[in-house]
Design a protein around this ligand. Structure first.
Ligand code: URA
Length: 235
């Protein structure tokens, strides 16, 4: 792929487009060992060897990470006031990573972080009905009636009731534990579904999205690159 030198360097996180333009004009960039002073110079991302300020800058077109999102952090690419999920991916090379979908600040679990917009669209498009599996602890006794209601669809204040969802009760008591599979991604959907049946979500963790399951060796805040097999299945 051919790419302008300033875009190449900015995409690889060397600086903003205007910062790298300045640097290139100050003779900091080299292509195949030759100083290049034109920001518009076209680099071949597969063939050319680019360096900046003496360090080699290799090109990565797509990055894919599985993050175990911890509670207390927002699902955003950047925020002026507080750190967000993308900031946890310290080994990232690209600056244009984003989370595929959002988990609430207090929700934990699987979050895919990438710069692949087409994949994100396929996973999030409402008509694709990609499964999302959650584990939750619920205040109140979750009953067989809730299982049936969730299967039929519940009113959560949207135009239509929710699509059929599978609720499995792991433990029922004053506090219950459940697994829930939903095929939509409405704002606060799981919490609103339980509210609709008079119960409260105390803890929520996403375990799976489509074919991608949270690696159980990860701890909250940890991440790893997706394996090729995981990516092939998702795509
Ligand atoms: N449903 C919710 O209520 N919150 C989340 O973070 C995800 C699904």
């Amino acid at each position: 792929m051919k790419l302008r030198l300033d875009k190449y360097l900015a995409e690889m996180g060397i600086g903003t487009r205007s910062e790298v333009k300045k640097g290139i004009r100050k003779r900091l960039a080299q292509v195949n060992g030759q100083i290049v002073c034109q920001p518009e110079y076209k680099v071949d991302t597969e063939e050319d060897r680019v360096s900046y300020a003496g360090a080699v800058v290799s090109y990565v077109r797509m990055e894919y990470y599985m993050l175990y999102k911890p509670s207390g952090i927002i699902s955003a690419s950047e925020d002026a006031r507080e750190p967000c999920v993308v900031d946890l991916i310290q080994s990232r090379q690209r600056r244009d990573l984003f989370p595929v979908g959002r988990l609430d600040r207090d929700t934990e679990g699987l979050l895919l972080i990438t710069n692949d917009g087409a994949l994100a669209h396929r996973l999030l498009a409402p008509n694709r009905h990609v499964d999302k599996v959650y584990y939750a602890r619920i205040r109140g006794r979750v009953t067989q009636e809730d299982v049936e209601l969730f299967h039929r669809g519940v009113e959560i204040g949207e135009e239509k009731p929710t699509l059929p969802a599978e609720l499995s009760i792991l433990r029922a008591g004053e506090e219950s534990e459940i697994l829930l599979t939903i095929r939509e991604g409405k704002f606060h959907q799981v919490k609103r579904m339980f509210r609709a049946v008079g119960k409260e979500v105390l803890y929520l963790k996403r375990l799976r999205m489509g074919t991608l399951s949270l690696d159980d060796t990860l701890k909250p805040g940890e991440y790893r690159a997706l394996k090729k097999s995981e990516l092939d299945l998702l795509c």
